[in-house]
Design a protein around this ligand. Structure first.
Ligand code: SF4
Length: 234
């Protein structure tokens, strides 16, 4: 069941998207990788971990095990050691190896290009699959919903759902398909830079006049949309 049915929600979502594009002109994937397999592995490692931390461990991991075949045949304890600092390392190492083994046995050594197939891989839920499809293959199958996307989409009145899958369905109805992935990246930037969980900086927010959750103290001084900038707030 889709929960977003506020009148004007689509128009507002498009205006929010337009402003976020001006505020954060670039929306690259912040994980470092050279192949779809490496992106899949890096995305699995990014669960409950920062991309910066993942980018510190993947150079050595990918130097030792550059592809699915190498990871499938690796000593599991060696993978565990290499990814240890990303947290939950035993599960992550086990999932990475199991996913790579399936990639070798069922997908000819290539990361599959459909949501349905990706979801069969160990450690892969919709969030990971959306990232891999969008950045490795340019396929926009859904909207990545992480904690920032969840919080901001609710504050902006674009969904009443709390379940990530329903939030995703609501956002997919409001946003143009080519913007599904970059919406998530820009919302993550905005969540980190302005609309943080405990103390949103509404007085400095370019979305204040569009946001039903704007703090009362900010409504008298609504900010202007800044000019395009190449600086990213990471
Ligand atoms: S106005 Fe406030 S609550 Fe709304 S998106 Fe901006 S910072 Fe977040």
């Amino acid at each position: 069941m889709v929960t977003t049915r506020k009148p004007g929600a689509k128009k507002r979502a498009l205006e929010i998207l337009s402003r976020l594009k001006r505020l954060y002109p670039e929306a690259p994937c912040t994980l470092n990788y050279e192949t779809p397999v490496q992106l899949l592995v890096a995305t699995i490692l990014s669960a409950q971990c920062t991309d910066e931390r993942v980018n510190l461990v993947t150079p050595e991991l990918f130097r030792r095990f550059p592809d699915a075949a190498a990871l499938a045949g690796a000593d599991l304890t060696e993978i565990e050691t290499l990814v240890r600092s990303t947290g939950f390392y035993r599960n992550k190492a086990k999932n990475i190896q199991a996913a790579c083994r399936m990639i070798m046995t069922e997908f000819g050594g290539q990361v599959p290009q459909t949501m349905e197939e990706l979801l069969r891989l160990a450690g892969v839920a919709r969030k990971t699959a959306n990232v891999v499809l969008a950045h490795a293959y340019g396929i926009h199958a859904g909207v990545t919903v992480d904690t920032h996307v969840k919080r901001l989409s609710a504050r902006l009145g674009l969904t009443k759902a709390t379940d990530p899958m329903r939030i995703e369905q609501d956002l997919m109805k409001l946003l143009p398909q080519p913007d599904w992935e970059n919406w998530s990246i820009r919302l993550i930037y905005h969540g980190r830079a302005v609309c943080n969980a405990r103390n949103p900086a509404c007085a400095a927010c370019v979305l204040a006049d569009l946001c039903p959750s704007v703090c009362a103290s900010a409504t008298s001084v609504l900010p202007q949309v800044p000019p395009p900038s190449s600086e990213m707030p990471l």
